[in-house]
Design a protein around this ligand. Sequence first.
Ligand code: GLN
Length: 195
Amino acid sequence: MPPTIGVLALQGDVREHVRTLTDLGVDAITVRRGSELDEADGIVLPGGESTTMAKLLRTFGLMDPLRKRIADGMPVFGTCAGMILLADRVRDGAAGQETVGGLDVTVRRNAFGRQVDSFETDLPVTGIDEPVHAVFIRAPWVEELGPGVEVLAEAAGHPVAVRQGHLLATSFHPEVDGDGRVHGLFVDLVRRSVR
Ligand code: GLN
C-alpha cells in the first residue's frame, strides 16, 4: 500500500505539494485537523508565511499533536516557511514567533535580503544525481546546526537543504516546477519509517 503523506493546509502553497506527491504515487491528503494528522505517515509543511502558519496551528489545535508526532518519529519535510516552522531557533523572526521545532538548527528568516528577494539557481543536492532547479522566495537559510544535522545543499555559503534523521528541510520551493526528486527523497524517508 502506498504511504499516506499529509500536506499542512492552513496557509501557503498546498496544492503544488499535493500534486507533486500524487505524481510520485503516494496517497497525498490535506491536513487541517487532528484526525487528518492521525491518518498521515508523514507531513509536508509548505511555504507561505511562517508567523501566520504558527498562529493557525494554535487556532486549529494542531501545534501540540504535531510536536508529539515529530517526537514519536513521524517524517516531516519543511520547505521555506515550513523550514522555519521546523527549526528549533529563528533569527529575525516576528516578536515572540513560535515554531513547531524538532530540527536542531538556527534559521535566519528572509535571509537573502531585499535586493535578492527571490531568485532561481541550479543547485547540487546530496542524494540527487543532477542539480535541482531551486526557486527561492523570501527564503531563510541555516546559520547554525546541531551535530545530528547533515547539510544536503548550500547557496551563498549557507546550508539551504538539511536532514536530521526523519526531518528534511529546504529553503527553496521544490514543488513549483514539477521536479519531484526532492519530494522523492522525502517519500523514501516515509517509506522507510512505515516499513
Ligand atoms: N518569508 C516567509 C516567512 O518568513 C517564507 C517565504 C516562503 O515560504 N516563500 O515565513
